[in-house]
Each structure stands twice: as structure tokens, then as C-alpha cells.
Design a protein around this ligand. Structure first.
Ligand code: C2E
Ligand code: MG
Ligand code: MG
Ligand code: MG
Length: 275
């Protein structure tokens, strides 16, 4: 009976695995068709400044509205696209779409920037820089108004990435380091990076009002950024107290649900005429 039971558990286990593998396979296949089926779209979440929460730009966030399954979160489909190489096609579409949608808004608000998340596979692509240049030029977007958000993982291959990042800086693009503090890059490595902005990861902001250790970490990041002439944005602000605490630490750039959830461009007053 012991052996029988084991076999039974094994078959449940195996069916479960097969099911999962099968649904991953189907989703992956659907992902390849998502663009031609026009299931992808962008949401934008503002960056704000100071106690008054004045808008200074926005981040583009990709959404997949699957025809049968509804909204699939980026945490599911971005890693999938990174694994199967589709991220290059997807990323190209994102940059094109952002420039098309936000170009007129940036033109009207010359001090604003739009941030776009870029996977390391995209940066490595041999045509990335040429295509990026082509897309900003053809949409009349100033490179100074486009901020490329990379993660610490990207900076873990400095020999490969540093020349690319320097080239992007030369062309005038801004670079920001997303989810800062969650990876393994040390503060001393930071000075080698041509980065304009540090985005402090939400995990340090979540309980900043209750945990002294988080205040200490955030303070250290802010001081380092100041010494390196980098701007600091705190992500994931959900409550006024969090912003207030950060203001006392001299961090005055924010992003989070407290100010605005991500929305479609024409749901913003500034996005009305341009779509
Ligand atoms: P991220 O770049 O760090 O983006 C911030 C994420 O935090 C977004 O999730 C946003 O909706 C969420 N968020 C913003 N404010 C708050 C808040 O106050 N509280 C909480 N709990 N969450 C908040 P989202 O849109 O699901 O995106 C997840 C991740 O997917 C992004 O993290 C980014 O790494 C990736 N991603 C999104 N769009 C793209 C894209 O076009 N290309 C690439 N390569 N990655 C993307
Ligand atoms: Mg980001
Ligand atoms: Mg982030
Ligand atoms: Mg994050």
C-alpha cells in the first residue's frame, strides 16, 4: 500500500507538472501573438516633486490584456519574454509606442521626462542604440527627456554594459537604476556607473515609518546619491507619512499609489489632447 500511495502521489505530481508546463507553453505561444492581436498597451505612472506632489514626468508600464485570460501581470510575462528572446520585439514596440503617445506631452512640458524599463537583453542587442536613436528622432523626442530604467542585474556585467551605457549618455539619454538596494551592487560600485537617477526600491519605503533600519538604509542611499550628483526617487509611496519622512531625509522625488496609480494616457488631464 505504501508503494501504491507513492505512485498515486507521483501521478498527481506529474499531472500537476504537465499541466503547468502545458499552460506555460500556451501562454508563451500567445505572447508571440500578443502584438499582432493588439493585446499590449501602456499605462503611465507619474513622478512627482516635493510636498505638493508636482508632476515632473512619468514611467511607462506595459500591460498585456490576454483575450481569454484577461490582464496578465508583467511579473509573469516579462521574465517569460526575457527567457525566450521575445523581449527584443516587445521592447522595440514599447519604445515606439511610448514616443508616439508621450512625444507631444513631452514637447509641451520640456522639463518632464518619460522613463521606460529596459531589460539587459535589449541593451545587449546589436541594433538597440541605432533603433532607439531612430525612434526618438522620428517622433521628435529629445533624448534628454527619455530615461532608460535599468536594474542592478544589468550592471553586474560591467565589461559588457558600461560601454553601452556610456554611449547612451553621450547621445543625451538619461539612465536610472531601478529597484535600487535589492541587488548586489555596492555603493562604491555606483561611482563607476553613468547613472542620473537612483530609484529606491519599494521594500525600503513600505515600512519606513516603523523601521529605523530602513530609515538608516534610505539615508545612506540619499547621501551617496548626493555625493555622486545623482537624483533619488522613492518608489511605492502609498501614504502621506512616507513622503513626509522622506522629505525630512532630503528626498523629494516620489512615485506611488498615493499620488497616482498607473493609468492610460488619456485618463490624465495632460494626456487628453495627445492621443
Ligand atoms: P518597476 O519598474 O519597479 O515598476 C514599479 C512597479 O510597482 C509597477 O508594477 C507599479 O505598478 C508598481 N507600483 C507603483 N506604485 C506602487 C505603490 O505605491 N505600491 C505598490 N504596491 N506598487 C506600486 P507593474 O506595472 O506590475 O510592473 C512590474 C515590473 O515589470 C516593473 O517594475 C518592471 O520591472 C517590469 N516592467 C513593466 N513594464 C515593462 C516594460 O515595458 N519593459 C520591461 N523590460 N519591464 C517592464
Ligand atoms: Mg521601473
Ligand atoms: Mg522600480
Ligand atoms: Mg520595483
Amino acid at each position: 500500500s505504501h508503494a501504491k500511495r507513492k505512485g498515486w502521489q507521483y501521478s498527481i505530481y506529474r499531472t500537476g507538472m504537465e499541466k503547468e508546463a502545458r499552460s506555460t507553453y500556451i501562454l508563451e505561444n500567445d505572447l508571440y501573438h500578443s502584438l499582432s492581436r493588439q493585446e499590449m498597451f501602456l499605462m503611465y505612472q507619474p513622478f512627482v516633486y516635493g510636498g505638493e506632489g508636482k508632476t515632473i514626468g512619468m514611467e511607462a508600464l506595459l500591460r498585456w490584456n490576454h483575450s481569454k485570460k484577461g490582464l496578465i501581470p508583467p511579473s509573469t510575462f516579462i521574465p517569460m519574454a526575457e527567457n525566450n528572446g521575445f523581449i527584443n520585439t516587445l521592447g522595440r514596440w514599447v519604445l515606439q509606442q511610448v514616443c508616439k503617445e508621450i512625444g507631444p506631452v513631452l514637447y509641451k512640458n520640456p522639463t518632464w521626462t518619460v522613463a521606460v524599463n529596459i531589460s539587459s537583453q535589449q541593451l545587449e542587442g546589436e541594433h538597440f542604440i541605432n533603433e532607439l536613436w531612430e525612434v526618438v528622432q522620428s517622433n521628435g523626442v529629445a533624448p534628454q527627456q527619455l530615461e532608460l530604467e535599468i536594474t542592478e542585474r544589468t550592471t553586474m556585467q560591467p565589461d559588457l554594459m558600461l560601454p553601452i551605457l556610456h554611449k547612451l549618455k553621450e547621445l543625451g539619454f538619461r539612465i536610472s537604476l531601478d529597484d535600487f538596494g535589492t541587488g548586489y551592487s555596492s555603493l562604491s560600485q555606483l561611482k563607476e556607473l553613468p547613472v542620473d537617477t537612483l530609484k529606491i526600491d519599494r521594500s525600503f519605503i513600505d515600512d519606513i515609518n516603523d523601521r529605523k533600519t530602513n530609515i538608516a538604509i534610505v539615508k545612506t542611499i540619499i547621501e551617496a546619491a548626493e555625493n555622486l550628483n545623482m537624483k533619488v526617487i522613492a518608489e511605492g509611496i502609498e501614504k502621506e507619512e512616507q513622503a513626509r519622512e522622506l522629505l525630512t531625509l532630503q528626498c523629494c522625488y516620489f512615485q506611488g499609489y498615493y499620488y497616482s496609480i498607473p493609468k492610460k494616457i488619456n485618463e490624465f488631464s495632460w494626456g487628453k489632447e495627445s492621443s
